[in-house]
Write a protein that binds this ligand. Structure first.
Ligand SMILES: Nc1ncnc2c1ncn2[C@@H]1O[C@H](COP(=O)(O)OP(=O)(O)OP(=O)(O)O)[C@@H](O)[C@H]1O
Ligand SMILES: [Mg+2]
Length: 368
């Protein structure tokens, strides 16, 4: 029996490598969860039949994405694969094709199917707007794939650096025995933005979804249970209530992020109890302080300051953004760089300083 369809199968012509790379950059959460498979001639091992191998890959896919260019359409083997896709489209397989450049799409069989981007606005023509368009492509793909329930915001701020830390935390949360990962660090160091990035990369690891709970507004630990139930009910209309929360999550494979746990440290026994009773449930905590209880499978991770390079990068990016311009002059770069280096790698301080400096410039007050 074929495996349950679950992933994305991307087919492309090897000369379109640049576009493939771009697409994969945008599909990071899917790549990270090993939900994508890329198909080209080089995938086939010696002695295997390409057609048979392709059929096998296609049987496992839930979404097929051909990167369409004239060379793709002119390639006999790829056109045959396209025919295989078209033969099963609709049978639980979705086809979203991506137009890379101007090609005679209308005269191909593809014109009857849904493109992931507008064919009259192919990727090559998007220029500076490509970021937004690629986001839209990503959303379409994940929607077809059945994006798992989450209340994570779709539009997260761009993160500077932190690749190592995000990778470490993703790895910790994927490890079998680990149940609770506690991300600590001083105020403004970047715990929330890093936790958002980590949760986003894990979207396809937790079959029953990822829940984001902001605790900073709560002042009573007894409110945590109700808050989890409310947020859960908002993403899964399953009538989850405070009273039946435990029953509901018992058999579920979920990740709950508790942001700013230092606001409600007395809720630690409640969290420990949830972990005890729901064996497939994991928790990511951000907090100024260590977790005030001992739970088996607990991991602590202290977020270090941003390194100097990423601090400067963040400062320059923010200044460009606040000034709404793509270029900075030499003097501006120097001032921003010097300031960023003196802020001990604290992104919040960098953000506030960038705002102050830009404010001073726009009001034409000379630097002191
Ligand atoms: N690596 C980064 N790239 C871009 N922006 C960042 C980065 N790290 C932090 N920021 C920005 O700096 C500010 C502070 O970060 P964040 O809110 O994540 O800190 P925090 O550690 O969660 O703070 P708190 O302890 O007060 O909750 C936010 O505006 C955030 O978007
Ligand atoms: Mg925070």
């Amino acid at each position: 029996m074929p495996a349950r369809r679950s992933g994305v199968l991307i087919s492309y012509h090897t000369s379109d490598n640049k576009w493939l790379k771009r697409l994969r950059d945008w599909l990071t959460p899917l790549e990270s969860a090993k939900k994508t498979q890329v198909w080209d001639r080089t995938v086939v091992e010696v002695g295997q039949q390409p057609e048979v191998e392709y059929q096998r890959a296609l049987e496992e896919a839930k979404v097929a994405i051909p990167l369409i260019t004239p060379v793709y359409l002119a390639d006999e083997a790829l056109s045959n694969e396209l025919k295989s896709i078209l033969a099963v489209v609709g049978h639980d397989l979705a086809l979203l094709w991506i137009a890379v450049d101007y090609s005679p799409y209308e005269s191909t069989v593809l014109s009857e199917y849904e493109p992931a981007n507008r064919a009259d606005m192919p990727l090559k023509a998007l220029g500076i707007r490509a970021g937004k368009e690629m986001r839209c492509i990503y959303d379409q793909i994940t929607a077809k794939l059945g994006r798992y329930s989450t209340n994570l915001p779709i539009d997260r701020p761009k993160i500077s650096g932190r690749k190592q830390e995000v990778d470490d935390l993703v790895r910790l949360l994927r490890q079998d025995g680990n149940r609770i990962v506690v991300l600590t660090g001083s105020s403004g160091i970047g715990k929330t933005i890093v936790a958002e990035e980590v949760a986003n990369q894990l979207l396809y690891d937790f079959d029953d979804g990822i829940l984001w709970i902001a605790l900073s507004e709560l002042n009573d630990p007894s409110q945590v249970r109700g808050e989890i139930a409310r947020k859960l009910d908002s993403i899964k209309p399953d009538r989850v209530m405070e009273e039946n929360l435990l029953d509901y999550i018992k058999g579920r494979k979920m990740l709950v992020v508790l942001d700013n746990f230092e606001s409600v440290p007395a809720a630690a026994p409640f969290v420990a109890d949830l972990l005890n009773q729901a064996p497939q449930f994991k928790v990511l905590i951000t907090s100024h302080d260590p977790f005030p209880a001992c739970v088996s499978g607990q991991q602590e991770y202290e977020l270090p300051p941003l390194d100097e390079h990423d601090s400067v990068q963040l400062m320059l990016d923010l200044a460009r953004q606040f000034l709404d311009q793509t270029q900075l002059d030499e003097h501006q770069v120097e001032t921003l760089t010097m300031t960023a280096k003196g802020l001990a790698g604290n992104p919040l301080a960098i953000r506030v300083s960038a705002g102050d400096i830009v404010d001073r410039w726009t009001r034409e007050i000379p630097d002191s």
